[in-house]
Design a protein around this ligand. Structure first.
Ligand code: TYD
Ligand code: MG
Length: 463
């Protein structure tokens, strides 16, 4: 029983000056722990100096009054175009003044490049842009700018990592937009812990949030953050900022995908597609075409499916490889798809379509490095697996989409007509889709629409 009361020390009452803070989720404790009780991360708890409280009990009282909802002036949705079309798209149609945007991604993927291009375009439209860099010297940034052939005539570079100094310069320059590269290098002298630690990252992000709101200017924070959150404070940052953009996929491809994981001012899951060229990141106008470019024709195990990424339809190729396993039970490996979902679809195929896959390895992959997590790709996954298993090809002018249930039923997908029209625009001649989505689409020009109710129906139609 005694232990129970010791489990969660009230950290605010601790007289000690040091705290142990999880660098992944920010959980505080009075003693060091090997595993964070909050997020389950191992070895993430680090000793940090507590912030010195100001005023009585650490709080300063001031007069506050609540405002009646009806008294708040309605505001038009003002957005400033950044001038980079795909960047505007992920943001939900341009930059909202007063927002704090986090841009994360692996090192070397193109964060600094993209933001320098945005800075250039914004400055060309007349606003002062402050580019704070704690990672590179002004010479290095200038070199990158020369490579990008940017003029950047109203862009000001500030190689500085001290938050208070940065804020001073902001007061003086009064920029119309700020870029911070990167948040992990900036530190506040109010806090004693090291730059990049959770307390620092949280404090710095919070100060920039206040700045963005008070001044009504957009602030972009670059973060060395992977989705797995291997570096300090990703989860905390996600809560503080308005919008979170992640660079997705690998560096080995020429194209780069930027996804809005969270957006208080637009659709989450919106993606922007760029191509990395010798002169920077170029927006890709027709991503479906790009994703299908290298598609092999008339090969078993390949099928095109229509998925929705935010508000945009995207045609992607799903590839499957089914081959006899060298171990007792087959492995299931996926890339760009949820492994559990694929395992479930395989189990469904074994039971409902009498396919014996237990002794086979099954690999499923989205070509081009895109990550897709919507159920409407199920039918594509199933088709690709069956195609590889039976070693039978699907006509290359056929696209499929639809959610598959555990009983093998094919369920309707949202935005079916948008998907079908994208397939039509790219020259597909036949679309196999949920029958509940067919009404209204029967007369799509030049395309044969086939509605199916079950996986059986679909497989009969395709093979
Ligand atoms: P960078 O923006 O520095 O990445 P991050 O800030 O995310 O770490 O991009 C670095 C990579 O991009 C580097 O490998 C070189 C490549 N690159 C180009 O291919 N073309 C270009 O015009 C530029 C500026 C960079
Ligand atoms: Mg960089």
């Amino acid at each position: 029983m005694r232990e129970k009361f010791c489990l969660e020390p009230d950290v605010n009452r601790l007289k000690k000056e040091t705290l142990f803070v999880c660098q992944s989720c920010g959980h505080k404790s009075g003693k060091w722990l090997g595993k964070c009780p909050e997020c389950g991360e191992w070895n993430s708890v680090v000793e940090e100096k507590a912030r010195k409280p100001s005023g009585r009990n650490g709080f300063q009282l001031r007069d506050v009054t609540a405002i009646a909802f009806t008294e708040i002036e309605p505001q038009d949705d003002v957005r400033i175009p950044s001038g980079v079309t795909e960047f505007d798209r992920v943001l939900g149609g341009g930059i909202v003044p007063g927002t704090l945007v986090l841009i994360g991604g692996d090192p070397g993927i193109g964060k600094s490049t993209l933001l320098l291009q945005v800075a250039d375009k914004l400055s060309a439209a007349g606003s002062f842009v402050l580019y704070v860099s704690g990672e590179e010297s002004e010479r290095q940034i200038k070199l990158r700018g020369e490579r990008l052939a940017v003029e950047a005539k109203n862009v000001f570079l500030l190689p500085e990592t001290n938050l208070e100094n940065i804020i001073n310069e902001i007061e003086r320059l009064k920029p119309g937009a700020i870029i911070v590269d990167s948040i992990q290098t900036v530190f506040s002298s109010v806090i004693e812990s090291a730059p990049g630690s959770v307390s620092q990252v949280r404090e710095v992000a919070h100060q920039f949030l206040l700045l963005a709101k008070n001044r009504g200017i957009p602030i972009f924070l670059i973060g060395h953050i992977t989705k797995e959150g291997s570096i300090a404070g990703p989860k905390i940052l996600e809560h503080i900022v308005d919008t979170v953009l992640y660079f997705e996929g690998e560096r080995h491809h020429n194209h780069r995908i930027v996804r809005a994981v969270k957006n208080r001012f637009g659709a989450a899951n919106e993606v922007g597609v760029f191509e990395m060229t010798g002169a920077g990141l170029m927006p890709v106008a027709n991503p479906s075409q790009m994703f299908l470019q290298e598609r092999p024709q008339n090969v078993a195990g390949s099928i095109v499916t229509a998925c929705m990424e935010g508000t945009r339809p995207l045609l992607v190729e799903i590839q499957a490889l089914v081959s006899g396993t060298r171990y007792g039970t087959g492995r299931r490996m996926t890339q760009g798809l949820d492994q559990n979902r694929v395992a479930l679809l395989i189990a469904m195929l074994e039971k409902r379509a009498s396919l014996q896959l237990t002794g086979d390895d099954v690999f499923v992959n989205i070509a081009g490095g895109l990550e897709v997590d919507e159920p409407a790709v199920d039918l594509g996954v199933v088709t690709a697996i069956v195609s590889s298993f039976k070693n039978m090809t699907v006509d290359p002018h056929t696209a499929v989409f639809g959610e598959v249930g555990l009983t093998g039923e094919v369920r309707g997908a949202m935005q079916a007509s948008v998907r079908a029209r994208e397939a039509q625009a790219l020259g597909f001649k036949k679309i196999v889709m949920p029958s509940s989505n067919v009404p209204g689409l029967e007369r799509l020009l030049g395309v044969r629409i086939v509605g199916v109710r079950s996986v059986d129906d679909a497989l009969n139609e395709l093979f």
